[in-house]
Design a protein around this ligand. Sequence first.
Ligand code: GLY
Ligand code: MN
Ligand code: MN
Length: 463
Amino acid sequence: MFKPQTYQARRNALRNEVKSGILLFPGNTEASFNYPANTYHFRQDSSFSYFFGLNQPDLAGVIDIENDEEILFGNDVDMDDIIWMGPQPSMADRAEQVGIRETKPLVELDQFLKTALSAGRTVHYLPPYRGETKIYLSKLLGWDIDQLKGEASVELIKGVVKLRSIKSTEEIEIINKMVDVAGLMHTTAMKMAFPGIVEQEIAGTIEGIALAKAGPVSFPVILSINGQTLHNHYHGNTLTEGRMLVVDAGCESEEYLLSSDITRTVPVGGKFNHRQKEIYEIVLNANMKAIEAIKPGVPYREIHLLAAKTIAEGLKAIGLMKGDTDEAVAQGAHAMFFPHGLGHMMGMDVHDMESLGENYVGYNDDIERSKQFGTAFLRLGRKLEPGFVLTVEPGIYFIPALIDQWKAEGKFTDFINYDIVESYKDFGGIRIEDDILVTDTGARVLGKPIPKTVEEIEALMKR
Ligand code: GLY
Ligand code: MN
Ligand code: MN
């Protein structure tokens, strides 16, 4: 955990944003896997953790702004707990670790909130995303489950987004470490990516590295020789020569819940063939040009469009696209090959704060989300600020079903050479993803370099 002062400062900053009312942060509870006592690995709610630090289930944090009170609700362990879990710190000790003096048993939260609500006070809460929390909040606040999201506090959402968007030096230090662990996961995967091995063997090995060196993976490992499926979690294929292996994986710190999210794509067997190298260099160029262009004040949507244009130009140079590339990108023709956003905020959640509402995180009054296929999936469009951590993850994919559909519809025939694209339907996909800090003057790639150029990858995979 960070020092108590860090959590105090965050709560004070939040009070300055929201200004009045009661701020309610329910922590997560255990979630059952296949029977009640067999639970998933416990994961604390990120916003609870940001303001209240503690990594145990069944806690709730309250900030009462008018009464200048901060209360941690939760129960001291009893003998049954000690028998199964060993000795545990008292609630008072836990609270002290995050700079809070007042604790109350969890059962008292209900009465506390009822008193506040009957006095006409506003209780601010964030949109819940887990079933258990929805049921709990519904009981506590009297809203129907379906109403809970709509009644969540926009003021609180905006305040939390404002604070969590800017990463502190101490947070960046942890993210750097998480990227380094991801680097080890990826270089290990590269060294294993040879014909005959089953994807699952690599996926299991790198998940083990995450657990051994940091904490859980920050999202289920995406690893496939069918990288044209963007989030492919099927790991049953045997690697064969001629395929590219996409690995999109990262980990999160068990203690701080800060993450990494890295993608590398390598040729099975360690040597790019001509066609693979051509497509790879285009994606790499888009990744590097985008990183170079990142600086405060630039809307991330512009960087996304720069990457899209780089991809369209590259594809035109090898005959897959044609015509005016500015126009092709303006109309969205590139999205057949690059049908997702360039990146997203990253932090305590790998898609940071996504549960609070993507548009609150990635857009604002200056810049509205596009409705065009491809760019519509960009999660971050707004102007960049120093302290943002985000991903840059361009890709080129040959998705047979999408190609067939667009071709049958005669879509963008001025910009796409369908005859040539046809011969790439067995290609798969390529994505290259880095985690970037926006600095005062530009951008810094977080973590130690992870092999990314053709030469670096071939050198690492050489046997
Ligand atoms: N790992 C999912 C993503 O890159 O957004
Ligand atoms: Mn990723
Ligand atoms: Mn990502």
